[in-house]
Ligand binder design. Structure first.
Ligand SMILES: O=P(O)(O)OC[C@H]1O[C@H](OP(=O)(O)OP(=O)(O)O)[C@H](O)[C@@H]1O
Ligand SMILES: Nc1nc2[nH]cnc2c(=O)[nH]1
Length: 175
């Protein structure tokens, strides 16, 4: 589960990612011009996407983190979302944008959206790099998304295999 010697199949290059992330940052800047934007980054998977995205946001923004886990080391969701590290800011009255790397079954994003709504924000929306709609188990559509992908387990740009590969600058799977 640590490293694989199979050939990498690049599905989305770092250049394609950079272009889409920049466009998305611009759109979010327009949409949140007169709002109180709070970006909530879900660790660990979204750390790279968040870091790149917020550098394309040119309106005032607070940035915070929450760590959730539901996959462990496997490729299948346990169906249970664990809050590994809770949000530490008071987000009451803020327009919270929850940023994650992927919506797959949708269980994580749905759970976190409900949890954040209970803290009385002005609004809550979701923003992901990847959407994998074929695997959905709960009803959810991302408010902002860079790429829709088919039902393949993908790795890189924050997404892990075991504890590894989050540092790869592109999205790939193995052939
Ligand atoms: O839509 P879902 O099926 O719930 O899957 C999406 C979630 O799965 C991954 O998190 P994981 O639990 O692997 O933790 P990680 O962020 O530390 O990788 C990913 O980062 C998302 O948060
Ligand atoms: N690495 C990885 N984590 C996930 N969590 C939910 N879907 C995926 C996926 O396709 N890849």
């Amino acid at each position: 589960m640590e490293v694989s010697n199979k050939k990498e199949n690049i599905l989305i290059s770092s250049e394609e990612i950079a272009k889409k992330v920049a466009e998305l940052g611009k759109k979010i800047s327009e949409d949140y011009k007169d709002k109180k934007l709070y970006v909530l980054s879900l660790l660990r998977g979204s750390f790279i996407f968040t870091a790149d995205l917020v550098r394309h946001i040119d309106v005032p923004v607070k940035i915070g983190f929450m760590a959730t886990s539901s996959y462990g080391h496997g490729e299948v969701s346990s169906g249970q979302v664990k809050i590994v590290q809770d949000i530490t800011d008071n987000i009451e009255g803020y327009d919270v944008l929850i940023v994650d790397d992927i919506i797959d079954t949708g269980i994580t994003m749905k759970f976190v959206m409900e949890y954040i709504k209970s803290k009385n924000p002005a609004s809550v929306k979701s923003c992901v790099l990847l959407d994998k709609p074929e695997r959905r188990k709960v009803e959810i559509t991302p408010d902002y998304c860079c790429f829709t992908i088919p039902d393949v387990f993908v790795v890189g740009y924050g997404l892990n295999y075991g504890d590894y590969y989050r540092n790869k600058p592109y999205i790939f799977n193995w052939e």
